[in-house]
Every structure is written in C-alpha cells, then in structure tokens.
Design a protein around this ligand. Structure first.
Ligand SMILES: [Zn+2]
Length: 466
C-alpha cells in the first residue's frame, strides 16, 4: 500500500537524527534504514553505506546510458532542538497547525528531500520510468560539516558520475515565492587569543602600567571596519567580482526589500556598505563578522581585575572569487599589524569553505527556471544567498557537476531554531517541482552544460541572456 506524502513526512520527522550528539547514532542508523526501505519500495536500488561517521543513503534508478543522470542531494540529519522550552510542541512529535508541519528537520532538510523522493515516486507511478537517471545521495552529517562526504565521493566518483546535481536546502525569497538560488557565500573562520599578564591582576595595583588584553581585543575588532561598515583589511576586496548588470536587475526584481530585512532582523536600523541594497549586501558582498568576544570577569557585580587574556572569534563570509586561505592570510597580517603593544596574540584558523556560483542562465539553469515557472506560475527570483554550503564546491571538484539550488524553504521556517516548520503547500509544490524538473532536465542536450568552470565564474553567458 502506498502511504500518503504527509504520513511519510510525519514518520521521517519522528527520528531524532541529531548528528552532533553521539547518543543519537542509532537513531540516525534507523532513519537511514527507513529511508533506504522507502526508496527500495519505489523500485530504486537503495543501500545504506557506513562511513567513519553516520551512514549515507544511496539509491538509483536502473541506469539507462541514453538518458542524462541527475544526482539529488539532501540530508536526513538535523540540528539539536534546544532550547526545548521554546517549542510549542515537542520537536520530534510532528504537529500540524496553520497549514504547516512543525518538527525539527521539517524544512531542513527532511521535508525538502522527501518532496524530491516523492516526486520521483509519482513519476514512476504515472509513467513507469523517470525521464532521466536518478541518483539519490542523502547523508547524515550535513549539520556537522559533512566530514565523511568527501571521502565517500572520492571512493565512488565513477558510480556517482552525473550531468547535474539538484539540492533543495535553500530559502525562498518570500513566502511561496518561486526562487532559484545561484550563488552561496564561502566562509573562513579564525580565533584570536590576546595574551597579557600570566594571571588576572589587581586593577588598582597594576592598572595603568600594563596593557589590558580586553582593551587590546576591542581595538583589534575596531580595526576591522570603517565607520560605514567597509572591511579595512588591505586587499580584502581585491578578488571580489563586481555585480553584473543582469544581477543588479535580478536583485532589484527580488521581492525582498530593505524594510523586510529590517523587520526580520528585529534590529533598530539596517547598516552596511554604502551603495548596496540589503539583499546585495547579504548575497553579493563579503563580510568580516565578530561572532564572539570575551575576557575578564563575567559574573555578578564588580570585580576590579585586569584580565590576563581575551579572545575574539571571527568569521568572514566570502563571495566569488575570493579564496578562504588568502583571506585568512590577509586577516592574520592585518591583526598582527594592529596588535597593540604590551600584549601578544595567537591566531588559530578554523573551518573554511569556498564561495559557490552556478550560472542560472546555463542550459540546466534555464531548465530549472522553466520547471519552477511551470509549478508556481511565475518566473523565479534569481537569488544569491548569504549562507554557505561548502559541499557544492566539493561536488564540483570531485564530480565535475554544477548544482541547481531549488529553494522550498519559507523565510519563516525557523530552521535551526525552535518551532521549525514547513508549509504543507511548499511540500506539495516540491513534489510537483521535482517532476517538472526531471522533464525539463531530460530535454537539455548533454553538451549544453556550461557553468562555473574554475575560479572565476563565467557571467558572460548570463549577461547575454538577461
Ligand atoms: Zn541546516
């Protein structure tokens, strides 16, 4: 018996697949098995593959060499649900209200990947075959940075060969607004430890004679931006590709206004680089962000202390064609040059990921745009997103394929937050979109693919068509 889509989604969401918590490893295993069974029941060849971490579910339709091959990527792991007291209903007991399904993972990414799985199920039920070969690659470690995925792709590069990759892990520009994302920012992280005296000192006995590490940390932070919010690290913007005309037109046509972003942020006013809208600042401009700063006494009341050390946690969001390691080199040189006398700094680099760009005017990009228009009845907003999906670059490097980023998430889906939810109509639209997409992609000639081929995105094709 074929279970209805919503029933399946409820079952999928009941698995507490929190990848970062080791005591949930068995839940991830169970969920992977459940998913593989579902795919197997649809007539795909499905397997659960162990990795050094949580397993990968791999499934494929029978291979027909005459057809193009589409790899659909998603993840079945979720973020921790804490703080639990802010959830209106328990995170792993899916609840239907306001025409949405509430549960951890509802949007990110179980609802979205299941829409693709069920789209394929409907195509198979309707026609007996898919118009393209399908590979589902659904991992259980996305929320912890996909540590096993690269080795998995390298080991199975040949069997994962595909013409294009489809991912639905992105946000719609507005509620139920058709959106095709074509760029993601990269990321580079570093932590600065500012060291002064070997222990916390009496601020009366030593204050005024010794540099305060917390003050030094504040000065370092202050050196990162000018008063307008432009990053002051020399060379920081050198590799940034300026927005092309068609992209500025696309950003203009985006339904999100500065006022929307102000309202979503809850901040008293917007702030950022002059000459750019908020959408452009978020999607197309790089940033230097202080994620944390600390040092000294944090407890109740006063403590007259001169702290021995302080710290700053920084991440940079990068746009094409910036390179994380080069940016970290520049940042490190800048911070060392601005280190006040009387303290020393230690810099430790954290994780990093390349920015990603895939041409929405390529043959596959246009196919995706047509599929979206068929389902939503309107042309999609073409959007650059501010977040980072480093695996897109990994896919590009190892499989040589571009990724189409099909947004199904609602702007108020609360991914990673309490009361995460997925609108039911987005789920059904996703199922329909998968079917339209497979048909449109099937019609793309194999040699018609052109997209991001190296460090510098080729925007010329896109400009021509805009
Ligand atoms: Zn996520």
């Amino acid at each position: 018996m074929t279970e209805d889509p919503l029933g399946l989604l409820v079952r999928f969401l009941r698995f507490p697949t929190i990848s970062t918590q080791t005591d949930h490893a068995e839940d991830l295993h169970q969920c992977a098995g459940w998913l593989a069974n579902l795919l197997q029941s649809m007539g795909l060849h499905a397997e659960v593959h162990p990795t050094a971490g949580h397993p990968v579910v791999l499934a494929r339709t029978p291979h027909d060499p005459a057809k193009r091959t589409i790899l659909i990527y998603g993840h079945y792991d979720v973020q921790p649900p804490e703080p639990l007291d802010l959830w209106e209903t328990p995170p792993f007991e899916p609840s239907l209200r306001n025409n949405r399904i509430y549960a951890r993972g509802a949007t990110d990414n179980k609802g979205q990947i299941l829409a693709h799985v069920l789209g394929v199920r409907e195509t198979l039920a309707r026609t007996g075959a898919t118009p393209v070969n399908i590979i589902f690659l659904i991992e259980g470690e996305e929320e912890i940075g996909s540590p096993s995925l690269e080795a998995f792709l390298l080991a199975r590069r040949d069997e994962l060969a595909c013409d294009v990759i489809c991912i639905s892990d992105n946000g719609m520009a507005a509620d139920f607004y058709p959106t095709l994302s074509y760029a993601m920012r990269g990321i580079a992280a570093l932590e600065v430890r500012v060291k002064g005296p070997c222990v916390d000192l009496h601020s009366g006995v030593f204050g005024g004679a010794v540099m305060n590490p917390a003050t030094a940390a504040a000065r370092l932070v202050a050196s990162l931006h000018d008063a307008d919010g432009c990053v002051m690290i020399p060379g920081f913007y050198d590799a940034v590709l300026p927005l092309t005309d068609w992209e500025r037109v696309a950003a203009e046509a985006c339904p999100v206004t500065d006022a929307d972003i102000l309202a979503q942020s809850g901040a008293p006013a917007l702030f950022g680089e002059p000459g750019y809208s908020a959408v452009e600042r978020i999607g197309a401009r790089p940033t230097a962000e202080v994620n944390g700063i600390g040092g000294g006494y944090q407890g109740e009341g006063t403590k007259t202390v001169l702290p021995s050390h302080a710290f700053i946690k920084l991440t940079f969001r990068l746009v094409p064609a910036m390179e994380p390691e080069k940016i970290l080199d520049l940042a490190e040189a800048h911070l060392r040059a601005h280190c006040p006398p009387g303290v020393t700094i230690e810099i430790e680099r954290g994780h990093s990921g390349m920015p990603y760009f895939s041409d929405p005017m390529s043959a596959d990009g246009l196919a995706a745009q047509r599929a979206i228009e068929r389902v939503f009845g309107a042309k999609p907003c073409l959007s650059r997103e501010g977040g980072s999906i480093p695996i897109l670059t990994t896919f590009k490097e190892i499989l040589g394929a571009d990724s189409l980023m099909l947004a199904l998430a609602s702007p108020d889906c609360a991914a990673h937050s309490p009361n995460e939810n997925f609108p039911i109509r987005n789920f059904h639209a996703g199922i329909a979109l998968n079917q339209a997409l497979l048909e449109e992609l099937a019609a793309v000639p194999r040699e018609g693919i052109h997209g991001y081929r190296g460090d510098v995105p080729d925007l010329t094709a896109a400009s021509r068509l805009a």
